[in-house]
Write a protein that binds this ligand. Structure first.
Ligand code: SAM
Length: 660
């Protein structure tokens, strides 16, 4: 669990960390000092003028009040000569300030108000891992990694080119915070550095200079800020050329020339949105006459994270996906692309002894802040829900529901305000044929609809219809959701209700009641017996309280969820089984070397599918990860989550267990 900073304000109004007995910034104009020490001494303004890549990536040790970030953001906005298009700021923080303390600390800088207000408004909940915040339509990205930098730095994904252009080596004075200023930090900085990476730090302590030199930086003393005699700057002499991921979990960088996406649901929309933020236009092929006619078609869908008692990789992915999805959906709404939704909370009722036990364990483990999920007594649950039941439960107060088809359309409309995607309806792609330059897409009339450098398959249960994707272990699970009429009792419901299935508060005088769960069925026919399954399930937990009867049933929708054996999406380049088995055969003998390096014949062909019933929560972050990797940008997830979603994971696991 992440602990907040304990801070006080000294007589000059400067925030002081009680744990470290040190100030967050100098009493003597911290803003000018930040600009001098970090921005100017890394020579950033002139580097922005002729930077070879789209984003300029700065990483910082110790986010604190965010002053360095805000100053750099302001500089970025004010600079009209720059060639760089995106500011990507990564910062690590072990003890995040509480939102109220952040606001109080930043009030000292009225010149930064318009930016600091945005930072305070989107400042994340204290959960370990990477929080990606986006400002100015994605032109400014802040990745806030909560946790001790000794733990989080090694979790960043990087390839052999590194990812960081400049380091702000901040942090309390080495004498007050010796745990941070270690050789492993300096080595980590070098590992992440690109070949021309620089650093600047306020301290000139001898062991810091020697440590940075040992890590591979040239180290030079320069004049310090104001009355301070000296500080230290330097450049990475030799980029490290290693990579965090084993080669079987690497994600390639590609030059995205002509991109096609096959699909029309939440995966397609969020992928198109992540491309659009980077100015990349896509051709989108949808087999239906409108978007969101597959599994994203329901009248209402709940958005909430699937949290377990422990902070493990799955829970971490869900928690961060949830917050990221909410930020993206909120931004789209704030930008004027509206869709019906309500962040009214999701109540998970403890409907059986085993459920209560699982929920109790989550409460006792205390791995999550109560602002995310909290235990509630039966009485509290009744107050939250607005009707009487006898179940205690868990409440996720920031969760809620959206209308998925309207959301998918809003995401597309928002994408098209940045760049103009070309959406082609009523076009079913039946074949993907490899060519010299990429892939030809063939429609169901056997006609080519174009040739593309990269193709993204985001078509749910139909993902495996192509010869290249048949190897992927997707399985269909049919789900039917029943719509029922509102009544005097049911209209009092104030929150999304999860029992074994779910029940939503009313929208347009109807509720959604779902969902059935039928493995291996591909039928989308509506079945009246499935409506009764949904009804009986609801009534088994709330016999009379919601007033829902057979007469309440209006209509239903059925769709096929696309699921995977480990319940996680599959996101990345489509593997070729033969090549993988051959390249990584040594894994059978426990060896992690002597791998062959044959190219993947499916190079440029990607899959983003297997979102199950959770796509509304997980799609935005997974899409952002996929696009960031392709664009050679820092990933918004740690290495272990990138690997958890990697398409190669099933074959690699089998090889390691000697099962293939
Ligand atoms: N850059 C900050 C700003 O602009 O306000 C000031 C940074 S403050 C001097 C140092 C920060 O480093 C504190 O917020 C502290 O909690 C954080 N910190 C200290 N040790 C750390 C560690 N091991 N890992 C991550 N953050 C750490």
């Amino acid at each position: 669990m992440i602990r907040h900073a304990k801070i006080e304000f000294n007589e000059s109004g400067t925030p002081v960390a009680q744990d470290f007995d040190d100030v967050y910034f100098s009493n003597d104009n911290g803003l000018l000092e930040s600009d001098y020490v970090f921005f100017q001494q890394n020579n950033i303004a002139s580097r922005w003028q002729h930077h070879p890549r789209r984003p300029f990536v700065i990483a910082e040790t110790g986010f604190g009040t965010g002053l360095n970030f805000l100053n750099t953001w302001q500089r970025f906005n004010q600079d009209s000569d720059k060639s760089v298009e995106q500011l990507h700021f990564i910062s690590f923080e072990k003890f995040p300030l509480k939102q109220s303390a952040l606001q109080q600390a930043l009030a000292a800088w009225p010149e930064l108000t318009s930016l600091s207000e945005q930072l305070v408004a989107s400042y994340p909940t204290a959960i370990a891992g990477c929080h990606r915040l986006e400002f100015d339509q994605g032109r400014v990205i802040l990745d806030l990694w909560f946790g001790d930098i000794q733990d989080t730095l090694p979790q960043l994904c990087y390839g052999e080119n590194g990812i960081v252009d400049a380091w702000y080596l901040d942090g309390f004075a080495p004498s007050k915070n010796p745990d941070m200023w270690q050789q492993s930090l300096f080595d980590g900085m070098a590992n992440l550095g690109r070949s021309d990476c620089t650093f600047a730090t306020f301290t000139a302590a001898g062991f810091v200079r020697r440590g940075l030199a040992d890590a591979g930086f040239s180290v030079k003393k320069v004049k310090g800020y104001g009355r301070k005699r000296e500080m230290v700057v330097g450049t990475l002499e030799k980029a490290n050329q290693s990579s965090t991921q084993p080669t079987y979990f690497e994600r390639s960088t590609q030059s995205l020339e002509k991109v096609a996406i096959i699909g029309g649901g939440i995966a397609t929309a969020t992928l198109a949105y992540s491309f659009a933020k980077r100015g990349i236009t896509c051709d989108i092929f949808c087999k239906d006459d409108a978007l969101a006619k597959g599994a994203s078609h329901n009248h209402q869908g709940a958005v909430y994270p699937n949290l377990q008692a422990d902070f493990n990789a799955i829970s971490e992915f869900f928690a961060h996906s949830f917050y990221y999805a909410k930020r993206v959906y909120q931004q789209i709404h704030d930008d004027g692309y509206h869709y019906p939704h309500d962040w009214c909370g999701v109540l998970l009722h403890g409907i059986s002894d085993s459920k209560v036990e699982i929920q109790q364990r989550l409460i006792e483990k205390n791995a999550w802040p109560s602002s995310l999920i909290r235990g509630v007594s039966a009485q509290q649950a009744n107050d939250i829900a607005g009707f009487e039941a006898s179940f205690s439960g868990l409440f996720i107060s920031e969760a809620g529901w959206v209308k998925p088809p309207a959301l998918v359309n809003a995401i597309f409309a928002a994408s098209n305000s940045n760049t103009s995607h070309n959406i082609v309806f009523n076009t079913e792609i039946s074949d993907i044929v490899k060519t010299q330059n990429g892939y030809q897409l063939i429609d169901s009339n056997n006609q080519s609809v174009g040739e593309f450098s990269q193709v993204f398959i985001t078509c749910g249960e139909l993902t495996t219809r192509f010869s290249q994707t048949q190897v992927l272990p997707f399985s269909p699970v049919r789900g039917q959701v029943t719509r029922v009429k509102v009544n005097d009792l049911s209209q009092k419901l104030k929150t999304v209700l999860c029992h074994k299935g779910y029940f939503t508060p009313q929208l347009d005088n109807t509720h959604c009641m779902g969902a059935t769960f039928e493995k291996r069925s591909m039928s989308r026919e509506i079945s009246s017996s499935d409506n009764l399954i949904n009804l009986n399930q609801l009534r088994s937990f709330y016999p009379e309280q919601l007033g829902i009867t057979e007469e309440s049933i209006l209509d239903a929708k059925a769709a096929i969820r696309c699921t995977t054996p480990d319940h996680q999406p599959i996101v990345g380049e489509v593997p070729d089984e033969g090549t993988l088995l051959n390249n990584f055969a040594p894994l059978r003998n426990g060896k992690h070397y002597d791998f062959a390096t044959d190219a993947n014949p499916n190079n440029g062909l990607f899959v983003f599918s297997g979102l199950g019933a959770r796509g509304l929560c997980t799609a935005p972050l997974a899409a952002e990860m996929l696009v960031a990797a392709l664009c050679d940008e820092p990933l918004p997830v740690p290495t272990h989550i990138s690997e958890m979603l990697h398409p190669n994971r099933f074959i690699v696991r089998d090889l390691k267990r000697n099962k293939r």
